[in-house]
Design a protein. Structure first.
Length: 95
């Protein structure tokens, strides 16, 4: 398994975002250990403008399938920007 950094762009569909938030969170939780990290990209006013997720998959195609299966993608909340191989070189765990 290899890590991939997935980047999404937020398309500003607030109504769909609110309606599907539970499904979106549940989808990401179901990824379990295959999701190393996830979080929003924010503008200067702390508003979401996208998202970054680090997932494990066998290959880029598998990572793309994981990325595209997020309910926010199908509903037009997120646009998939990129899926790139990624190596976690260091990780700090807060005390």
């Amino acid at each position: 398994m290899v890590h991939f950094l997935v980047e999404y762009r937020d398309l500003g569909n607030a109504a769909a975002r609110d309606a599907l938030r539970g499904e979106h969170i549940a989808y990401r939780k179901r990824l379990g250990a295959d999701m190393a990290l996830a979080g929003p990209l924010l503008d200067a006013e702390e508003r979401p403008i996208g998202s970054v997720v680090i997932v494990q998959a066998d290959d880029e195609a598998g990572a793309g399938e994981i990325a595209s299966a997020d309910p926010y993608v199908a509903a037009g909340v997120f646009e998939l920007v990129s899926v790139r191989r990624y190596r976690i070189a260091a990780m700090h765990k807060p005390a």
